[in-house]
Design a protein around this ligand. Structure first.
Ligand SMILES: NC(=O)c1ccc[n+]([C@@H]2O[C@H](COP(=O)([O-])OP(=O)(O)OC[C@H]3O[C@@H](n4cnc5c(N)ncnc54)[C@H](O)[C@@H]3O)[C@@H](O)[C@H]2O)c1
Length: 419
């Protein structure tokens, strides 16, 4: 499969904004083959197929749609992904982009069908499930890459390189925030991001917890999350404002604020950033990333159509943009693209480097490649990012217990408990 077929399970926002355009670009470069997308129903697939932006950026390219686009667009096909994955020849790639609670089933279905996996974050909701995935992938010599795209923002890689070269000493105290815009409350969030299922920290807090580990190599050991209950427009209740305290294995402390509450009239699609105070020898050190204001100020002559878009805007050139490099179409650029490409390229390499070998030898080599990826720690894998599942478990335990501290337990029986 040196040019793998790709099945994407899930046809929602992240597939539209990042995954499909990245895959289309790789397909245009001849690096991947046919793309299929399976969603719960055909409606989001029709939107993807009819997208004017994709027609302009990727002229002549298309994907196979499951369910097909004819007929009742809203009829659900909850188990269709099983058939679609079963129809894929072994050791191609399945991209998992369904709601969080479905990740485990889709990832395991893909692994049991001998497919490499690219999963959007969070891989799964418990550390125990991530361990099961790791073991299944190891048994079969398959890649599982978890797509934490902030890792591929060059500023994250710069901070990681310099931190690990000793330029900042040791992380002591930090703050991070990621607040999504208010209008999210009016979207499908109000149906699922309710107090029983999730909260603002669970949904977006993981990004900066992951980054602090990515930069420093430290591991979180305890979490407490204070959540404020608020009502969605439909009356459902959510923890729509959260303040989390994450303690690390060197005693450092990271405060993470998250919300569905950044004003719609404010510039940018959200507000976000990270500040880390460090110490080394007899000196203080600092890492400060403004991840929302990246130096661009635009003021348009009219109101753009997109939800949350403003006349005065501060667009990020870094996550995902389409640029005209002379065609054909437009080229996606940014760390959103690089992140997908990095994981896909690793799966392609694992196959091309073992092509033609006897299966026992190929399996041993694929396992070895996965262990190297794991150890390098640039791509998130079930093993090297399991702390993220532990943080989610501890965070939920804490928020549902009035913000009491929960501790993370690593090892063979990973989990979280109130301290
Ligand atoms: N920054 C990030 O890394 C980031 C950003 C956004 C979303 N995400 C993650 O991406 C995932 C999807 O989020 P989204 O915003 O695209 O959600 P969404 O609600 O827009 O889309 C979910 C998709 O899953 C499909 N789906 C649901 N049940 C299915 C089933 N049984 N079989 C096949 N398809 C099914 C739906 O049809 C829909 O197309 C979530 O895990 C989310 O946390 C990550």
């Amino acid at each position: 499969m040196t040019t793998p077929q790709v099945v994407v399970v899930g046809g929602g926002m992240i597939t539209n904004d990042q995954i499909l355009p990245s895959l289309y670009h790789m397909q245009r470069q001849g690096r991947i083959g046919e793309i299929s997308i399976c969603a719960l129903n055909a409606r989001p697939l029709k939107d993807l197929a009819d997208s004017e932006l994709f027609a302009r950026a990727f002229p002549g390219q298309s994907f196979r749609s499951f369910p097909a686009l004819g007929g009742d667009l809203d009829r659900p096909h909850a188990a269709l992904y099983r058939e679609v994955i079963a129809g894929l020849p072994p050791r191609n790639v399945v991209v998992v982009a369904v709601p969080d609670q479905l990740h485990f089933d889709v990832v395991m279905t893909a692994l049991q069908a001998n497919q490499h996996v690219l999963a959007v974050k969070p891989l799964v909701l418990t550390a125990r499930d991530s361990l099961i995935i790791e073991q299944e992938a190891h048994r079969r010599g398959l890649l599982v890459g978890v797509e934490y795209h902030k890792r591929f923002d060059d500023r994250s890689l710069m901070a990681r390189g310099r931190y690990r070269a000793g330029w900042f000493g040791e992380f002591r105290l930090g703050t991070a925030c990621l607040l999504e815009k208010w209008y999210y409350r009016h979207s499908n969030f109000q149906n699922w991001c309710t107090v029983e299922n999730s909260d603002a920290f669970t949904y977006v807090g993981c990004h900066y917890v992951d980054l602090v580990h990515f930069i420093t190599g430290l591991l979180p050991v305890a979490v407490s999350v204070y959540g404020i209950r608020d009502r969605y427009p439909n009356g459902n209740e959510g923890f729509l404002w959260t303040d989390a305290r994450v303690i690390w294995d060197n005693g450092a402390c990271l405060n993470v604020q998250n919300a569905l509450g950044f004003p719609d009239a404010a510039p940018g699609t959200n507000t976000q950033g990270l500040t880390m105070y460090c110490s080394g020898g007899d000196r203080g050190a600092l890492i400060a990333h403004s991840d929302q204001y990246r130096g661009l100020s635009y003021c348009y002559t009219r109101q753009p159509d997109a939800p949350g878009a403003t006349v005065y805007a501060e667009p990020s050139p870094d996550y995902f943009q389409y640029v005209d490099l002379g065609g054909p179409g437009l080229a996606p650029v940014g760390y959103g693209y690089r992140s997908i490409e990095f994981i896909m390229a690793a799966a392609i390499r694992m196959e091309s480097e073992t092509e033609g070998l006897e299966e026992a030898e190929a399996l041993a080599r694929r396992r070895e490649a996965m262990l190297q990826i794991d150890a390098a720690g640039v791509m998130a894998t079930p093993n090297n990012s399991r702390f993220n599942e532990l943080v989610l478990e501890a965070g939920r335990l804490s928020i549902l217990n009035g913000g009491r501290e929960a501790v993370l337990e690593y090892g063979e029986q990973p989990g979280a408990r109130l301290s």
